[in-house]
Design a protein around this ligand. Structure first.
Ligand code: DC
Length: 230
C-alpha cells in the first residue's frame, strides 16, 4: 500500500481523467472506486430495493459479487458475472451510487475489495474516502477539487456532446446536491485527509494537473529513499 496514490474530491473535479493519465505516466494501475459504488447502486435498484430501505440493503449486500478486471488497460466492473461497464456511466447511476453508498455494509464490502487490490500492486485510486479510510498509508494523498461552477460547466458540456437535454442551472443544482450528499453522510463522508495535498484545478489544464501529480510523486519517492518522510 505504501507505493500507492490516493485521490479524493467532489464529483466532476476531474479525478478519473487525471488518475488515468497519471497511472499511464507512472506505469501503475488505476482503480476507479466510484465505478464499484455505481455497480452496487445498479444492483439494489434492479432488485427494487429502495435507497431508504436499510434492512433490505443489509440483507441483499452479501449476494452482490463485485470484481474488477482489466481489458486493454481499462477497468471493467463485473457484477454477478455480468460486465456492467456500459451501464454505470450515466448520471442516474452516479446518483444511485451516491444514495446507496452511505450504508456501512455497502462500504465495508467495497473497501475490502479496494484494499485487496492495492495490496497486490501499486495503484492510483480515486474516490471519496481513499486517503481517509481505504489507503491511510498511501505514499501520496491528493485532494483534487474545482469550483462548483467549473465542475457544472464541464459536466454540462459532456451532456451536450452526448445530446442530453438539460440546462447549466440544472446541472449546477445536481452538482450541489451530490456534494451535499457525499460530504454530509455519517459514514466516511468526503473530506480531505489531514496529510492530503490540496490541488484546486479550477484554472488548470489536464496536462498541468497531471504534471503536478507526477512531480509530487517523484518528490515523495526521494523523501522516502532519504528517510525524510514516514
Ligand atoms: O466518482 P463517482 O462520481 O463515479 O462516484 C459516484 C458516487 O459513489 C459518489 O457520488 C459517492 C460514491 N462514492 C463513494 O461513496 N466512495 C468512493 N470511494 C467513491 C464513490
Amino acid at each position: 500500500m505504501k507505493d500507492c496514490i490516493a485521490v479524493d474530491g467532489p464529483a466532476g473535479a476531474g479525478k478519473s481523467t487525471i488518475a488515468r493519465k497519471v497511472a499511464e505516466r507512472l506505469g501503475i494501475i488505476y482503480v476507479d472506486t466510484g465505478a464499484m459504488y455505481r455497480a452496487m447502486g445498479l444492483y439494489f435498484h434492479n432488485l427494487g430495493i429502495d435507497s431508504q430501505d436499510q434492512e433490505g440493503i443489509a440483507g441483499a449486500v452479501d449476494q452482490a459479487e463485485i470484481s474488477i478486471e482489466y481489458r486493454d488497460g481499462e477497468q471493467q466492473v463485473i457484477l454477478n458475472g455480468e460486465n456492467v461497464n456500459g451501464l454505470i456511466r450515466t448520471n442516474e447511476a452516479g446518483n444511485l451510487a451516491s444514495a446507496y453508498s452511505k450504508y456501512t455494509p455497502v462500504r465495508k464490502k467495497l473497501v475490502e475489495l479496494q484494499q485487496q487490490l492495492a495490496a497486490r500492486t501499486p495503484v492510483i485510486m480515486d474516490g471519496r474516502d481513499i486517503g481517509t479510510v481505504v489507503l491511510p498509508d498511501a505514499m501520496l494523498k491528493v485532494y483534487l477539487t474545482a469550483s462548483v461552477e467549473i465542475r457544472a460547466k464541464r459536466r454540462y458540456l459532456e451532456y451536450k456532446q452526448k445530446n442530453v437535454e438539460t440546462t447549466l442551472e440544472k446541472v449546477e443544482e445536481e452538482v450541489r446536491t451530490r456534494d451535499d450528499q457525499d460530504m454530509h453522510r455519517e459514514v466516511s463522508p468526503l473530506m480531505r485527509a489531514e496529510d492530503a495535498l490540496l490541488l484546486d484545478a479550477s484554472d488548470m489544464t489536464v496536462e498541468q494537473v497531471v504534471d503536478v501529480f507526477v512531480k509530487w510523486y517523484q518528490e515523495r519517492k526521494v523523501q522516502q529513499e532519504e528517510g525524510t518522510w514516514k
